[in-house]
Design a protein around this ligand. Structure first.
Ligand SMILES: [Zn+2]
Length: 245
């Protein structure tokens, strides 16, 4: 289940958060996560001790980095050319930022491994979610141990796409067509979060290990930033994170 914590101003998955793992999907009340100070202030307010904030650059790729803590002193490390990362090191906060794209947070509690990824239409078309699972398995995780929460993203209600793109998705995901598309006012609408959910299931994850976020970032102006709503290249973004405490 996904619940909201009004004190922290974050949503989180009850399947993931416990005494060892802390994750969250920030609301717009935390301010624009493009501003690093807003991120630093959020964690300072929790009196959380951590070694590093690892922030993904997000270039709409399917590049995944297995993060190994190097002996860099900087408390903030930016991972260039990366849209997904996995680590089993404690004290590391993994961060992606979004405003309509789908954020995924992963955990393997038995191995103590965590992961995070960011997928807009490009990452969803190129199956970044499946690649994240493969990377976990390569690192020694077992499928049945993996838990994933799908964070707030733009809903199918507001995500209409051009016909060219529709055909690209049809080519790759025709079997899911009726589950991820509907037509409204002569336009195709795509359910990105649902497509990522289906990719997780196809990759072998258990349904009961996946938490799904029911709202739409564009419709819900009070709680979320939305790139489509802002209609600007200068849109604001929300904080999404996971750490092993
Ligand atoms: Zn909507």
């Amino acid at each position: 289940m996904i619940t909201y914590n009004p004190e922290l101003k974050i949503f989180h998955s009850t399947k993931i958060n416990d005494s060892q793992f802390f994750s969250g999907f920030g609301s717009r009340e935390l301010g624009d996560a493009r501003k690093i100070n807003n991120i630093i202030n959020f964690f300072a307010d929790q009196y959380l001790s951590y070694e590093k904030l690892v922030i993904l650059q997000q270039i709409h790729s399917t590049n995944i980095e297995v993060y190994q803590k190097l002996n860099k002193l900087d408390q903030i490390e930016k991972l260039e050319d990366t849209d997904g990362t996995i680590t089993n090191q404690p004290g590391i906060i993994l961060i992606v930022r979004n405003a309509d794209c789908v954020p995924l947070v992963f955990v393997d509690k038995l191995r103590g491994a965590i992961g995070i990824s960011h997928q807009g239409w490009r990452g969803s078309l190129k199956k970044l979610a499946s690649k994240m699972i493969k990377t976990f398995l390569n690192q020694g995780s077992k499928l049945e141990q993996l838990i994933c929460a799908i964070g707030p993203a733009i809903g199918a209600c507001c995500y209409d796409i051009d016909d060219d793109l529709y055909y690209n998705f049809q080519e790759e995901f025709e079997i899911y067509s009726t589950k991820i598309f509907f037509r409204k006012k002569g336009r195709w609408h795509l359910n990105l979060a649902q497509l990522n959910y289906l990719q997780l299931i196809e990759a072998g994850m258990k349904k009961e290990n996946i938490d799904f976020f029911p709202f739409c970032t564009k419709c819900d102006n009070k709680r979320f930033f939305s790139r489509r709503r802002s209609r600007s290249e200068n849109f604001e973004e929300m904080l999404n994170f996971i750490m092993k405490v």
